[in-house]
Design a protein around this ligand. Structure first.
Ligand code: GTP
Ligand code: MG
Length: 496
């Protein structure tokens, strides 16, 4: 059975198709400064989160749009090198620093890794030449302010990749064109496929596929190699649910040399490429429109103490203002927003899509865990210990059967929790997409099945049809992604 073809049957992107029109020119920047008058008003409000989005501001049209872009792909494909090169080309790293990194990389016998050192900042990453933590950086093009999330490619760090991808709007899939490397990354068990499937499940709606290492002597900017890679990957992307014409763009680059990145590749180097360079492609990526007036939802990915309690996360819906009253869910703790930081800047207001640090009063740092959600008071996020989901089984561990009692690790927005499948309800025929009549006791690889899933402690989830970002998830066992799914129903008592 062709597993990949069936991932499409799950139609994880159906909710987006219904409500997302993609017009970059019209995309409004979400973060704006407020006037003093408005600030006064906000201070007076008891529940400010619903009104916050309505604050007018002339500055809004002058600000650039903001996009979170996650770099994904197999280990050593060149994600950190490309990310580092972007920062270098956008003038954020000077020559002296590069020389310092060159020396450090040489001392560690990793000469060619110096560009990756811009993104890989800790010692373990530099010694091993592998990203572990998701690296973060900012840069700007003509139209857009980007936050780069540099995910690790190594299979041991897939949970970190999941956390990076769950914060992203678009993905850059980095593929190594070097002889043998594309093949290893793309075969079953390689992370190219796993990352693409996860990214799609986690809501990364657009992909730029960069065919990297085009300068390598085994490639030498060969059109045949580029075409071979593109033709092999396209059917897989399609079967993973991407509309290749609308959502995917391919381009050749050398992340190490910096070719076809900020400016188009010289015809002397690559006479056959007539398309855009990476910066141009990023500039013109169209993104889903986000609703700044929705109920506030910010899954918390991290927290620390700093003159109060500071939480970090990406706003999935709604807007936040200094002075807002919100709830930390699932423990329903009322909190007040003392300050909002976007990148390094303190802002008075921020909207959906922004990665923020929010200083709160009313809660201690130790009472918050990652996976909690900073949420609107008027319409708090539902909390459950059980939900119904439609699952697409990808690839179970050898000899495993998927049946009631199956245990896995659930990854949904920033939640990572042990879970158990308590009941299989229906198997879905992937061809007709209708439930099959026969009672289902177990399913195998490739099956689409509706089931009940239980966790031990309360978690915050939404129905996929209401909030796709907070209702799509993956199941993993022993370090392998075995299923992707969407929440289809919540118990009626779940709403907070
Ligand atoms: P992980 O973080 O471990 O997943 O790897 P990564 O994808 O971040 O790869 P990284 O940037 O660390 O690069 C891996 C190796 O590939 C290094 O030796 C780089 O110098 C080399 N490399 C990356 N990009 C290019 C390129 O465009 N051309 C050539 N020739 N080598 C490259
Ligand atoms: Mg890396």
């Amino acid at each position: 059975m062709d597993i990949e073809a069936e991932i499409r049957a799950l139609q994880l992107d159906s909710a987006e198709d219904n409500n997302a029109t993609l017009i970059p020119e019209d995309a409004k920047p979400e973060e704006v400064e407020m006037t003093d008058k408005v600030e006064e008003e906000v201070k007076d409000k008891e529940v400010a989160d619903m009104d916050c989005a309505e604050v007018p501001d002339e500055m809004e049209s002058q600000k650039k749009r903001h996009l979170n872009v996650v770099f994904i792909g197999h280990v050593d494909a060149g994600k950190s090198t490309t990310g580092g090169q972007i920062l270098f080309l956008s003038g954020q790293v000077d020559d002296r620093t590069i020389q310092k990194y060159e020396k450090e990389a040489k001392d560690k016998s990793r000469e060619s890794w110096y560009m990756a050192y811009i993104m890989d900042t800790n010692e373990e990453e530099r010694v091993k030449g592998k990203t572990v933590e998701v690296g973060r950086a900012q840069f700007e093009t003509e139209t857009t302010r980007f936050t780069i999330l540099d995910a690790p490619g190594h299979k041991s760090y897939v949970p970190n990749m999941i956390s990076g991808a769950s914060q992203a709007d678009i993905g850059v899939l980095v593929i190594s064109a070097r002889k043998g490397e594309f093949e290893t990354g793309y075969e079953r068990g390689g992370q190219t496929r796993e990352h693409v499937q996860l990214a799609k499940t986690l809501g990364v709606s657009k992909l730029l596929v960069v065919v990297n290492k085009m300068d390598d002597h085994t490639v030498n900017w060969s059109k045949e190699r580029y075409d071979e890679i593109e033709s092999k990957i396209v059917p897989f992307l399609r079967s993973s649910g991407y509309n290749v014409k609308k959502d995917v763009q391919f381009l050749p680059i050398s992340g190490l040399v910096g070719t076809n990145m900020k400016t188009r590749v010289d015809k002397n180097i690559c006479p056959w490429w007539n398309g855009p360079c990476l910066f141009e492609a990023l500039d013109s990526v169209e993104v889903p429109v986000r609703d700044p007036k929705g109920s506030y939802r910010m899954p918390i990915i991290d927290k620390f103490k700093d003159m109060g309690t500071v939480v970090m996360g990406k706003v999935e819906s709604g807007s936040i203002c200094e002075g807002d009253s919100l709830l930390v869910m699932p423990n329903k703790a009322p909190v007040k927003v003392l300050a909002v930081y976007c990148d390094e800047d303190k802002v008075r207001r921020a909207g959906p899509g922004e990665n923020l640090r929010v200083r709160l009063s009313g809660i201690e740092e130790e009472d918050i865990s990652s996976g909690f959600v900073l949420s609107s008071v008027v319409k708090p996020i539902p909390t459950v210990t059980e939900f119904t989901a439609q699952l697409q089984i990808l690839e179970l561990l050898e000899n495993a059967i998927f049946t009631a009692g199956y245990k896995a690790v659930l990854h949904i927005h920033s939640v990572v929790e042990e879970c158990e499948i308590v009941e299989l309800l229906q198997q879905i025929d992937p061809k007709t997409k209708k439930p099959m009549k026969k009672k289902v006791l177990f399913v195998k690889n490739g099956a689409v099945v509706v089931c009940r899933i239980q966790v031990n402690s309360l978690i915050c989830v939404e129905k996929f049809s209401d909030f796709p970002q907070l209702g799509r998830f993956t199941l993993r066992t022993e370090g392998k992604t075995i299923a992707v799914g969407k929440v289809t129903d919540l118990p009626s008592r779940s709403s907070a």
